[in-house]
Design a protein around this ligand. Structure first.
Ligand code: SF4
Length: 169
């Protein structure tokens, strides 16, 4: 946790300068199973469309809807580097990675390697079936902290054209 905080401080300046921010969330934040999730899926990446107000990913999506920030579900770790490639060396883009501490540092170093500006946030609690709970509990983050990192808490926001995307409140 200390290491992740140190990385955040070190990378903050380049993160702030980037024009567009993207948030990457773990699939264990969803309330429903993979089958119930209707995130836009092109077989390689999944982009949340905010279909559920109960889903913790959907809550983040809703909170960022007025801002120029998209929400992607983090792919399996074996595809993560490939997933990040499109943002390599792009100083206009910055990512916020959200994960449990076991994965946070590894992801942070991958982004540094690819010269992608980033910040990270810990989960409030972890509940994925693989590591933490037999049945699985939807994990969550502190949305206020996310907004603070994105510096949008006092922002009036920018409306984004989100055709085909909706949020059921
Ligand atoms: S809100 Fe997003 S992540 Fe949650 S089920 Fe709907 S599309 Fe999937």
């Amino acid at each position: 946790m200390v290491g992740a905080e140190m990385l955040n401080r070190e990378l903050k300046d380049t993160f702030v300068k980037a024009k567009q921010k993207i948030v990457l969330l773990p699939t264990c934040m969803r309330l429903d199973s993979d089958k119930a999730c209707v995130a836009l899926d092109n077989g390689f990446e999944r982009k949340c469309v905010g279909c559920s107000s109960n889903c913790n990913v959907g809550k983040v999506f809703k909170s960022l809807l007025p801002h120029r920030v998209d929400v992607y579900l983090i792919p399996h770790s074996s595809d993560f580097t490939k997933f990040l490639q499109r943002w390599k060396d792009n100083e206009d883009m910055a990512l916020v990675g959200v994960a449990c501490v076991l994965n946070l540092l590894m992801g942070g170093y991958e982004m540094i390697e690819l010269n992608i500006a980033s910040q990270c946030i810990f989960l409030d609690h972890c509940g994925c079936k693989k590591h933490w709970d037999d049945k699985g509990i939807a994990t969550s983050i502190n949305i206020e902290q996310l907004h603070k990192i994105l510096d949008i808490s006092n922002s009036k926001g920018v409306l984004v054209n989100r055709e085909n995307q909706s949020f059921v409140a």
